[in-house]
Write a new protein. Sequence first.
Length: 292
Amino acid sequence: MAISNGGLILLKEMREQLPPSEQKIADYILSHPEKVATMTVSELGELSHTSGAAVTRLCKSLNLKGFQELKLRIIGDLGRKIELTNRDIKPNEPVSITIQKVTDLAVQTLRETAELIDSKQLELAVNAIVNAKNIHFFGVGASGISAVDAQQKFLRINKPSTASTDLHMGATIVANATKDDVVFGISFSGSTFEVEKIIELANQKGAKTISLTKYGQTPISQLSQIQLYTSPNREANFRSGATSSRLAQLHVMDILFMSVASKQFDTTIQYLDETREAIESFQNQQNQKRKN
């Protein structure tokens, strides 16, 4: 099913990167989303003091098919508008409130991430991984957790993979990459120095490069051949450990893994059964030793 919301998120995140005329349109839409839902291209151009052509260019800047898609996304946003206020924790807050805040923010982050995934880019990433000889995941800090998680997933279905969180180790691995390999850089900000250097090196080696960053034009997304995005939601003060961004990254990796699994369904089931049996065998042996 096609995504039918996320228009307001796109506008908010892309606004600063738009030319002046398109910024004026974005500002008008963000201030009057209910009115825009029933407008024509020319009406929006007139009311935003620009032109219908500028509205069309805005839609292209947002990677949308046209104004109709933008309107459908905005209508979807209005239909399920969620306002999360005071999402940061407070001193001596009841745990019931903390549970609700953390859960609400997680749900919003996952939903927005799903809305920002470009199915064409996802398909390119799936095909690249299906055909890859090796996959090299790289991330630092909290993004390193997502890299290790991704490696564990793909190893289970017999896709040779590495995961690095150190620039020197990552560079050593990528220095030996070939055109048959995929190098996957993960960075919420999209400007992490180490990840940027790894993607640059991978491009020099002729490997296929994929990035996973927050939505928008970033140094890392611009360097990579295939771009995947997560929700750009900012972390609340007490969530500087990148809780939301990590959830979003793991969500995209799950979607990517399931999409790859679907492409090679029969072999995936075979590999998962074999890895499960191997692990269960070790567990049975360990349990037997404990009994003895």
